[in-house]
Design a protein around this ligand. Structure first.
Ligand code: NAI
Length: 334
């Protein structure tokens, strides 16, 4: 297939080109721009586009792609909240994704945020470089015996349960479906409000859907323990950022670790260090000493990129040869 790869970074090109050389014969054209209504013309005449989390794949863009002859959208990620699936179906465009690549990468990054915040590694790093060896303000707590609430116990959530059980934590789980593996690991399923009221650490691992949009709002924050640690490595819009800022100001939230942000599309994956930051909400988050933010890098391990490239190209090969794909995403009925 002739594939226009949007939002290409050097590492995307490296891993996709390698996987294509190893096992596929697609014609890959790597494009730096993000896919949107202005750039969709670049895909004219291409059988497929390959996109990432912040590409705009709404009805307007899909309409333009269909007019240009594009018949498939290959997501090189798991989440598909940026795609208008109904429009894709109407236009006869297949959407395929990478449902699993390395849940370990995201789960381990989640735990990196937990440990960084708890033991204040982000602050210690700067202190030591500045010749400040004082410990005041760096006091942490033992994870052993603490209660961790895992919201969403699919592939990533399950790995978080496994790791936190290894630390000796009590793990409370909430999901629409019980995962027996999480239970075997000692995870206890409870109602969401009970998870909020009992957990010392709340970590989010659900997809972004209308039901999970702003799942963490002012009401949810009020139900949590005073000084709770909140971690979001799923999707930014699961958290109402304004409510979180109020929670940080009042001390209700004691620690915040984010790998995703509601408005990350304007910021993440780019070097903006020479540009004035215009997002006042994000700027406010950066002022708190107990907030650690990474720029959607939880997935970013060598193993995950190899796996993403392999599956993405495999999805396109499968579509090309059979017209079907096991990793096809369809709009929910109704
Ligand atoms: P998964 O599909 O294996 O698990 C998601 C779980 O969430 C399922 O068990 C599902 O039943 C549950 N769920 C869905 N709606 C729910 C609701 N309303 N309330 C409670 N639970 C609900 O997905 P996986 O692979 O574990 O990924 C989870 C999310 O992590 C992805 O949707 C994606 O948004 C995010 N992600 C972030 C990455 C990063 O680099 N920061 C990388 C990969 C995924």
């Amino acid at each position: 297939m002739k594939v226009a790869v949007f939002s290409t970074k050097p590492y995307d090109e490296q891993f996709l080109a390698q996987a294509n050389d190893d096992s596929h014969q697609h014609e890959l054209v790597f494009l730096e721009p993000r896919l949107n209504t202005t750039t969709s013309a670049l895909a004219k005449g291409f059988d497929a586009v390959c996109v990432f989390v912040n590409d705009q794949v709404d009805g307007a863009v899909l309409g333009q792609l269909a007019e240009g002859g594009t018949r498939a959208v290959a997501l090189r990620c798991a989440g598909f909240n940026n795609i208008d699936l109904k429009a894709a179906e109407r236009l006869g465009i297949d959407v395929v994704r990478v449902p699993a690549y390395s849940p370990y990468a995201v789960a381990e990054h989640t735990v990196a945020l937990i440990l960084t915040l708890n033991r204040q590694i982000h602050r210690a790093y700067h202190r030591i470089r500045d010749g400040n060896f004082a410990l005041d303000g760096l006091l942490g707590f033992d994870l052993r015996g603490r209660t961790v609430g895992v919201v969403g116990t699919g592939q990533i959530g399950l790995e978080v349960v496994r790791i936190m059980r290894g630390f000796g934590c009590r793990v409370l789980c909430y999901d629409l479906h019980t995962n027996p593996e999480a239970q075997q690991l000692g995870g206890e399923y409870v109602a969401l409000d009970d998870l909020f009221s009992q957990a010392d650490i709340v970590s989010l691992h659900c997809p972004l859907t209308p039901d999970t949009h702003h799942l963490i709002n002012a009401d949810a924050v009020a139900k949590m323990k005073q000084g709770v640690m909140l971690i979001n490595t799923s999707r930014g819009a699961m958290v109402d950022t304004a409510a979180i800022i109020e929670g940080l100001k009042s001390g209700q939230i004691g620690y915040l670790g984010l790998d995703v942000y509601e408005e990350e599309g304007d910021l993440f994956f780019e070097d903006l260090s020479n540009i004035v930051l215009k997002d006042d909400v994000f700027a406010r988050l950066l002022t708190f000493p107990n907030v650690v933010i990474t720029g959607h890098q939880a997935f970013f391990t060598r193993n995950a990129l190899e796996s993403i490239a392999r599956t993405t190209l495999g999805n396109l090969t499968e579509l090309e040869s059979t017209g079907q794909c096991a990793n096809r995403v369809t709009a929910p009925a109704g």
